[in-house]
Design a binder for this molecule. Structure first.
Ligand code: ATP
Ligand code: MG
Length: 200
């Protein structure tokens, strides 16, 4: 795994993508010297069954618009084109075939890493890539080690990123109420949401 391309994978629902995601990816790229960060909108999120997730095509398009102009960022259809729930381990296995030697950094936020033991085959995931946990306002990682055990916790790379207190949930809520969402996400994404009447 060692001497190939340093690759970042930023997984998410991106419903919609916002500056919290972009700042996290940018800082991880900088701090881990990643040559490329691939944004991976999930097909069906295993963890979000409580609301109707927006069609993958819309989430892909918003992600594409958000990273346009940054040649180090890419968006992939890998998860959305795979039937069934999107499990990170399956994605990493597939990426291993595409990028044989890559040093894969799987980037997650503090809230996501706290749930990692509920993911499919977390130990296998940990062994197949580097897990990068970025800070997120409102989520404290103080209990992480206690939760996952010392061994698992010691394999996770923690990264403080500039705090962006934005969530997709809040953006969806604001859009539904016709409250402003400008400046919470890239302007092209905001106009797309408006044009496609999303989150009404
Ligand atoms: P939702 O409110 O619908 O859950 P979200 O804002 O949490 O949306 P996701 O698509 O669920 O966005 O998150 C994708 C990844 O990005 C997760 O690993 C999450 O922890 C991380 N992330 C999301 N928002 C931030 C943020 N503001 N700062 C740092 N990390 C973030
Ligand atoms: Mg989330």
């Amino acid at each position: 795994m060692g001497d190939g391309m340093r690759l970042g994978i930023m997984g998410g629902t991106f419903d919609p993508i916002h500056y919290g995601h972009l700042v996290a990816a940018e800082e991880a790229q900088y701090r881990f010297g990643l040559e490329k960060v691939i944004f991976m909108p999930c097909g069906r999120p295993p963890h979000k069954k409580d609301y109707a997730v927006t069609k993958a095509e819309h989430r892909f398009e918003m992600t594409r618009l958000a990273i346009e102009g940054n040649s180090d960022f890419e968006v992939s259809r890998l998860e959305m084109d795979r039937p069934g729930p999107s499990y990170a381990i399956d994605t990493i296995m597939e990426l291993r075939q595409l990028y044989l030697q890559a040093d894969i950094h799987f980037i997650t936020g503090a809230d996501a890493i706290l749930e990692i033991l509920t993911w499919k085959e977390p130990e296998c995931l940990r062994d197949m890539c580097k897990l990068v946990a970025v800070s997120r306002p409102g989520y404290d990682l103080a209990t992480f080690e206690k939760r996952v055990g010392e061994d698992f916790a010691s394999s996770v790379h923690f990264l403080n990123v500039p705090g962006v207190s934005i969530s997709s949930t809040e953006i969806r809520r604001r859009a539904a109420q016709k409250a402003p969402i400008r400046y919470l996400l890239p302007e092209d994404v905001r106009s797309y949401i408006e044009r496609e009447s999303l989150y009404r």
